[in-house]
Design a protein around this ligand. Structure first.
Ligand code: SF4
Length: 362
């Protein structure tokens, strides 16, 4: 299946290009108090390690607005300052180092205030993200549509867009989040027909790790497979590192991006000879920091194991009390079952080392 990505305008969030065919970028949001600079920098650093490419920070007051600039100077990835209503906070944030601002211009009062923000953003090449959420639609739209329908969400977003376009500002990306999948799909599909601004897609408040992953994978997977979406966030009631890992999983499974070690593990059955579930989980966790692309298979037996793992760069198939190690489909050696985990980790690290020496960029 070939995914034909919808043509959108190009914007840049710091060093990350978005839209117009750029790789779909992965975003998350910090859960720390933004005023706590040390804790926030530390969380951003660990999210960057697992593949977060853009991070959003909640700006709740002036102290947080000042902290954002200091955090940006230490952040390895671009920062989006999330502001809801207070235009003073936006101006404060724009005084310091920052890569994008999320603000809905219709919520900040009048066009003079919009102009003040737009002028600063334009001067500094900073894009504005308009973020419409089904849970906070304008009252007039709710009265007209009865409830937060996809059409109402799109109308709300276009209203905000219009206020920026009145200032001849087009450095915009848009998000339209609902917590149910069909409305999310409908809203983004409709929006992509109505404008060519890049879309930041996500299912809002998707839920805890398991159910949120399912909802996000279905919603974002559908949209991305249909060419819609320039950046993504998986919203989970969980550690944001999980959001980033799931987002990568979605993009990798559609063949839109590749990064890191891809673990191919069998579902296990009555032929199982080694602890596939435990080994695969631990190996995946321990190798999550690696950005070089590699396929590693961990399979329960030799009956189907070696054949199924042929496409992998390296892997193990279970035997009686042993693991049969293979590289590129060829058996290399047998190792004791208790040594499998450490052996696989060592082999992957060895390959990564070699790739780095040879300058292979993931
Ligand atoms: Fe069963 Fe072996 Fe296939 Fe795993 S690889 S599912 S153990 S037949």
């Amino acid at each position: 299946m070939k995914i034909n990505r919808k043509k959108t305008r190009r914007i840049n969030v710091g060093s990350v290009p978005i839209g117009d065919g750029a790789p779909v970028a992965i975003q998350s949001m910090t859960t720390t108090d933004t005023r706590d600079i040390e804790a926030t920098v530390s969380q951003i650093e660990s999210l960057a390690t697992v593949g977060c490419e853009i991070i959003r920070l909640a700006v709740v007051d002036m102290e947080a607005a000042e902290a954002v600039g200091k955090i940006r100077l230490r952040s390895p990835i671009p920062i989006v300052a999330d502001i809801h209503f207070d235009y003073h906070l936006a101006l404060k944030v724009l005084d310091g180092a920052i890569d994008a601002v999320r603000i809905n211009p219709g919520n900040i009062g009048n066009q003079n205030k919009v102009r003040a923000i737009v002028d600063r953003c334009r001067d500094r090449g900073i894009p504005i993200r308009i973020g419409v959420n089904a849970g906070s639609l304008e009252n007039d739209l709710l009265e007209r549509y009865g409830h937060p329908t996809p059409e109402a969400m799109v109308e709300s977003a276009l209203g905000h867009v219009h206020l920026l376009e009145k200032e001849n500002f087009h450095d915009i990306k848009i998000s339209l989040k609902a917590s149910n999948v069909p409305d999310t799909i409908d809203a983004y599909t409709l929006m992509s027909e109505r404008c060519d601004y890049p879309l930041h897609i996500g299912v809002s408040e998707a839920g805890p790790l398991l159910s949120g992953t399912v909802k996000s994978s279905v919603g974002l997977g559908y949209l991305l497979a249909n060419g819609i979406g320039d950046t993504i966030r998986v919203s989970l009631a969980a550690d944001p590192a999980e959001e980033v890992k799931v987002a990568w999983g979605i993009l990798k499974s559609l063949g839109l991006r590749s990064r890191g070690v891809n673990i191919i593990a069998c579902p296990t059955c009555g032929r199982l000879e080694i602890d596939v579930v435990g080994i695969a989980q631990r190996v995946e966790e321990r190798l999550a920091h690696i950005s070089e692309t590699m396929d590693v298979s961990i399979l329960g037996c030799v009956v189907n194991g070696i054949g199924e793992g042929k496409e992998a760069d390296l892997g193990i198939a279970g035997g009686q009390g042993v693991g049969i190690y293979f590289e590129n489909g060829e058996v290399v050696k047998k190792i004791k079952d208790v040594e499998i985990e450490e052996f696989i980790i060592a082999k992957v690290e060895e390959r990564v080392e070699k790739m780095r020496k040879e300058g292979i960029d993931p």
